[in-house]
Design a protein around this ligand. Structure first.
Ligand SMILES: *[C@@H]1O[C@H](CO)[C@@H](O)[C@H](O)[C@H]1NC(C)=O
Length: 305
């Protein structure tokens, strides 16, 4: 009997202390043994997620939209608003995801208006109607993170900065050092540029999750369950970040910039045509005036005769 009680107590204690949480997302709900975590990606739609790794951006974006719809906070005090002037212009929408968490190449945000996205889910074409075709999901192989850091007591050494950033990215986002291609530093602007890059044809490594997690870390609140900040150690100092701007570079250039170009070309053509027409009109009226003078002169000459 005593043994039974002891056993029950032990199993209760084990149950209470066994960790069934999702380290990589505070939005995930975990349950059962073995521990299974899910994200609510629609009303009553649950998505199983693997919390031993960063969670695909597409799932997280869907969850954020679902949370916004049901009035749950997706951000709180202390962070900057999501739509600051220099962020990805469309921001968060309700994406369609593949089973493995990749974005579908065509996105419509639950509307009749659709567009094509890259593997980061960022729009890379103009918006069009439902008949739009997106042949493939173009890979985002390069992310440039442009950050500013808060003031520090001591000056920053560039070599130490690179080591610190690489270490923090590896520890926090589990991204190997080889993907951190370059770290640039502008001391006066307190600006750090981190280029995270993979081979153009590498479809395995998903860099876009790192972009999502970093943006959350710096602009809002961390996506991670423990709310520790992203603070690389640089030369013995904790470096706190202020702002972040992410540039996306795709394996194929986006097509929506072309429209800007054609717009410009059309404007130039219109101006040229207007100038030519104006010139022709001026010539025409000058000719008419000369002709009028000529025909007025005519009768006088006749008189003289
Ligand atoms: C997606 O739809 C939501 C409303 O459901 C809207 O607030 C948001 O601006 C849309 N996003 C885009 C990129 O069209």
């Amino acid at each position: 009997m005593k043994l039974l009680i002891a056993l029950a107590l032990v199993s209760f204690a084990v149950g209470a202390f066994s960790q069934c949480t999702c380290p990589t997302s505070k939005w995930a709900v975990c349950d059962g043994s073995p521990c299974q975590c899910t994200l609510l990606v629609g009303s009553n739609v649950k998505q199983n997620v693997d919390c031993t790794n960063l969670i695909p951006k597409c799932f997280l974006m869907k969850t954020q939209m679902q949370r916004a719809r049901t009035g749950k906070d997706t951000r709180t005090i202390g962070g900057k608003p999501v739509e600051t002037a220099f962020v990805d212009n469309d921001g968060v929408y309700d994406p369609d995801c593949e089973a493995d968490g990749k974005f579908k190449a065509r996105q419509c945000n639950g509307t009749e208006e659709c567009w094509c996205v890259n593997s980061a889910g960022v729009r890379r074409t103009d918006k069009a109607d439902k008949n739009l075709k997106c042949d493939e999901l173009v890979e985002t192989y390069w992310l440039r993170m442009q950050m500013t850091h808060k003031e520090l007591a001591k000056e920053v050494d560039e070599a130490q900065l690179k080591t610190g950033i690489e270490a923090a990215i590896l520890a926090r986002y589990r991204l190997a050092k080889t993907f951190v291609k370059e770290v640039q530093y502008d001391k006066d602007a307190r600006m750090i540029i981190v280029d995270v890059q993979k081979d153009k044809d590498d479809t395995k490594e998903d860099l876009t999750r790192v972009g999502w997690y970093m943006e959350k870390d710096i602009k809002e609140l961390p996506q991670f369950n423990n709310q520790e900040k992203f603070e690389p150690m640089v030369g013995g100092q904790k470096m706190e970040m202020d702002s972040i701007l992410v540039y996306y570079v795709d394996a194929k250039a986006p097509t929506f910039t072309m429209k800007h170009l054609t717009g410009g070309v059309i404007a130039v053509i219109v101006v040229v045509i207007l100038a030519v027409v104006a010139g022709l009109l001026v010539l025409f009226f000058l000719r008419r005036r000369e002709q009028a003078r000529y025909s007025k002169a005519q009768p006088r000459e006749m008189d003289n005769m």
